[in-house]
Design a protein around this ligand. Structure first.
Ligand SMILES: [Zn+2]
Length: 208
């Protein structure tokens, strides 16, 4: 099986999609400087999610690069990074959630990545009590600075920059255009993303 999908993600909102083993998933930062949260679960076992913890253990790195595989909570490879026009991503910072805005900024009810991704996964039959996995924050700029401290600043991504992943198993995914508009992280203006799912190119049949 393979999947084909074109998904438009409005700024500050989330969307879900499916991909099958071998498919290419292209995520485009349409206007630039937009961080996104990305989660995925295995179709065969919805409790097996893409895992930053497992991936850090396998890669022994705080950063991902082209050629790296990204692993599940069961230690299985779920994606491979096949193209990356940015090279700046995070997989240490948790998703922004209702408490982040209500407690830290005094803005209860603000849109947030956790709710965006939870809602985006619901059509795929995930139980309402299933925790959304910790995200990979593609295009998010979280440099490690002096003293080992971390921060989040605006991404260097430009309009049309993209990341391409190859699915290594059948998956359900959710992305959230991070709605953070109070502090830097998205240029203070959440903007749109596009996701394209395509079957990997195979061998070309000849007519003779
Ligand atoms: Zn967010």
């Amino acid at each position: 099986m393979s999947a084909t999908a074109d998904v438009f993600v409005p700024g500050g909102h989330g969307r879900g999609f499916a991909a099958d083993e071998g498919d290419l998933v292209t995520i485009v930062d349409v206007e630039g400087q937009q961080a996104l949260d990305f989660v995925a679960v295995a179709k065969a076992d919805l409790s097996e999610g893409l895992s930053g913890v497992e991936t850090r253990r396998k890669l022994r790195s705080l950063y991902i690069k082209t050629g790296d595989k990204l692993y599940t909570s069961a230690g299985r490879p779920m994606f491979e990074v096949v193209e990356d026009s940015i090279g700046v991503h995070d997989y240490t910072v948790p998703a922004c959630d209702p408490s982040r805005y209500a407690v830290d900024f005094g803005c209860p009810g603000h849109r947030n990545c956790l709710d965006n991704m939870f809602e985006a996964l619901q059509p795929y039959g995930l139980p309402a009590d299933l925790d959304v996995p910790e995200p990979f924050n593609f295009f998010q700029n979280s440099p490690v600075v002096e003293g080992g401290r971390t921060g989040v600043v605006d991404p260097p991504s430009r309009p049309g920059d993209k990341l391409v992943l190859r699915a290594l198993m059948d998956v359900y995914c959710a992305v959230s255009s991070c709605p953070q508009d109070i502090i830097p992280g998205n240029g203070l203006v959440p903007s749109a993303l596009e996701v394209h799912v395509r079957p990997a190119e195979g061998f070309q049949c000849r007519s003779s």
